[in-house]
Structure formats: C-alpha cells, structure tokens
Design a protein around this ligand. Sequence first.
Ligand code: GLC
Length: 486
Amino acid sequence: MTKTPLALALLGTLAMQPLPVFAEDKPSATAAATPAPTPNPDPYANETKEQRDARMAWWRDARFGMFIHWGVYAVPAGFHKGQPVGGLGEWIMHGGKIPAEEYKPYANEFNPTQYDPDAWVALAKKAGMKYIIITTKHHDGFALWPSAASDWDIEATPYKKDLLKPLAEACQKHGIQLGFYYSQAKDWINDGASTPNPKPSRTMDEYIDQIAVPQMRELLTNYSAAPVIIWWDFPTAMNEERAAKLIELLKLKPGIIHNNRLLKIAPYGKVDMEKIKSGKRDPYSGDTETPEQHIPDTGLGDRDWEACMTINETWGFKSDDHNWKSSKTLIQHLIDIASKGGNYLLNVGPTAEGIIPEPSVERLEDIGQWMEVNSESIYGTQASPFTKLTWGRCTQKKHDNGTTLYLHVFEWPSDGKLLVPGLENEVKSAALLANGEALKFEKTPDGVQLKVPEKALDPNATVIKVEIAGEPKVTAPPSAPVDQKK
Ligand code: GLC
C-alpha cells in the first residue's frame, strides 16, 4: 500500500531521530493540531438503560472469548541476543531496553506462513468461545494490517498480507464475533506517544492525530462487520481531549462495545471496587471493566466486566514460558467468572510462524469438551444468588416459570449429600446436566439437600440443574462454614 506524502515526510524525519533510551515514559504536551471534537464525542453519552442492555446483550450472553496477542515480539519470543529477557513477551522491547534499530529488524523474520485463521477460529469455537479480540497493534506500535498511517506495519515483513482481513472472514464464516485490541497511547516505535525517545519528532497530540486516529479509522472501516469491540490499552498520558478524538470514531460502527482503558485505568487492571459499586464513572469509562489476571471476589454489581487471563504467564509468545495452567483450573476459572456475572477472555500467544502453541490448543480442546456437555450452564447465565458455596459455584437463568440454578460442584461430597445452603424456594426438579439423571431432594432446616451419586461425573466440575419456583430466595449464609456431612 502506498503511504501518504505526510506519512512519508514524517518517516523521513523519524529516520534522523536519536535512538530511544527508555529513560522515561511520558510524552510531551502541546496544543492539538486538529480542531477539537464536537461537544459530545461519546456515542453513548445519552444512551438509556434499555438501549444499553440491548447493545450489551450478545456480549453478556457470550461469557467466553479468546484474546490473541500477536506481533513482531513473537520473533524474539523472550530472547534478545541470545539472552532471556524477563517479563511479558510482548514487552520485550521495553524490558530488554532494545533500541528501535535493533528491534525493527525482527520484522524481517515475522513470516507467519503457517497462519490459518480458519483453524484459529474453529479452535475458539470448539472451546466454546463466542468472540475473539486480537491485538491489531500492541505497545511496540506494529500494525498487523497494511496501514497508510505508518510504515511500521505488516508490509515491513516478508509476509506483507493483511492478517486481520482473513481473520474477519473466518469469524464471519463461523459466527464468531471479532474485536480489535489497539494500543492508543503507548507506542515504542511510532514517535510521539509514550515513546522512549527523549526528543520525539512529534508531540503526543500529533501522534493521536497522525497515527492513532487514522489507524483507528482504518480498523473501524476496512473489515465489514468487524470490529464489534474496541479493546483500548493503555491510557498512559491520555487526556480528555485526546480520548475524545478516538471515542468519537466509534460512531463509525454503531453498537460497538469498548472497554474502560481509553482515558484512565488503575495500574495492572486493578479494580477500585468501592468506586465501581458506587456507580460513579470517570468520563469515557466505556462499557466494561477489565480486571487483569485476577477474578474479583464478588463480581462488580451492575457493571459489566471481563477478566482477561493467560494460559501460561505471558500474553505474547515466549519460547521459555512453560508454566501452563491445568485444564481444570481454566474450566473452574470460566465457571467462577460466570458465577460472578463476568466474561472470561482467555489468551493465546501464537508464534511468528502463526502457530498457536500446542499446550494452549490441548487446554482449549479440554475446555471445549466440558462446554460441549455443560455450556448451557455458562451462556446467557447470571451471577449466583449465593454469597458463598463451599463445594463450588452457581449460575442462574430466570424464566417465566421460575429460575434454573446450575450448581457447579468442584468438591464432590463423599457421603452422597449435597446441601444447597439457605435455599428457601420450592424445588421442582434436580438432575445431572450431563446425562439428565434425576436426583432426589429434600428440604432441611439448613436449606435443600440433594442426594447425589457416589462419584462426580466430571473431575473438573459436575453440573446439577435445579429448577425452582420464582426468583431465588436465599437466607443469610450461616456464619460458620456449612457442614456438608450433616
Ligand atoms: C497488561 C500487559 C499488556 C497486555 C494486557 C492485556 O496490561 O502489560 O501487554 O496486553 O495486560 O490485558
């Protein structure tokens, strides 16, 4: 793709810049080069609750998505000049203090000839995931598509072809939603953002105007139905004026969902529970909270949230990260998150050849096997009515004739009795979800007691489907842990 004369002129200037030194990570502030946006750039500023509920409906039902961290950093894969660089794979340029002139040549080796977007999407679907978020540009500034705004893009690699287009097509084919992650303010190569260059050729405002805004426009207009989500990251040195220029672009894709990382966010995806629950929002705080690598203890009330987590430790591929979580842990995370009313965005970090590491594939297939039998207890469910269940988790679905409770049993009782503590409703039926086997139940002073088979059906989590009359009524949990042997 040909670059604009402006982009070429800028690139010429860039070439003469001193090497980045990573001394500091803050941009300079000067006046904006383009006119200020309209007074109300947030497309959802005046949205009613009903409109919002309708817009968020598919996302709330989905509960499970795939995060893909992919870029040039998959080439060094955690090593620079033969030495391991600690920290996250996608941060290697920063962590290894690699100057741009040493980092950029990695693009010559980024040649994902094994890239099979159809297989990636099929894998996500098999795992039970309903959407995918891919890093279109991470903090190293590299664009996975041919961007007219910067030469630091897929065309700088031997591969040259747009990586997003075939993914968008595969998603459309398989009925999977596609969202784009975009690093709007951290960019270690395109000068002017929170760049390591102490004397950047551009101001941060110019960066927003010349890189972030045009790239976001490309992403929002070149991929037919995609993206349905924009996953901003990370608001270093953003201010309202800069954020306004980006949020306004979302009007190009009516109904699009975006996260809370455009303007302001607590470090490392931490969540300020008190503030969230108070309902007070920062401006431009988007649709979703993004707790990172942790699951909030009790969910986030009415606020939509999505816990993003890794399968090993890194997001971007690292050849020496073998610290894989077990399938059981991942399945129980998915359940735990659903039981607290959130979504699970589970990451894969493909190699520079375009391969999703085998340990990730195996685990996603295991999750898929569990979902094949039990997904009814995840999709379209709401948070648990119980404060705490010592043996597992619960999700629920309300319907016209009452409520379905899905009990996810992690610790199977050894005496064949499972107490649902404090449940006061009339129970209509109880059955194992996997095979429909009906279970006997009785009311006790402590709640409803189910008679269960001797052994769990599934070592990861066995689901019991309980139909009750009306909305769940649960008495305050006993102060001492429930004794399952009673
Ligand atoms: C962290 C990492 C970043 C990654 C993000 C995903 O912020 O620093 O590299 O993309 O998590 O949530």
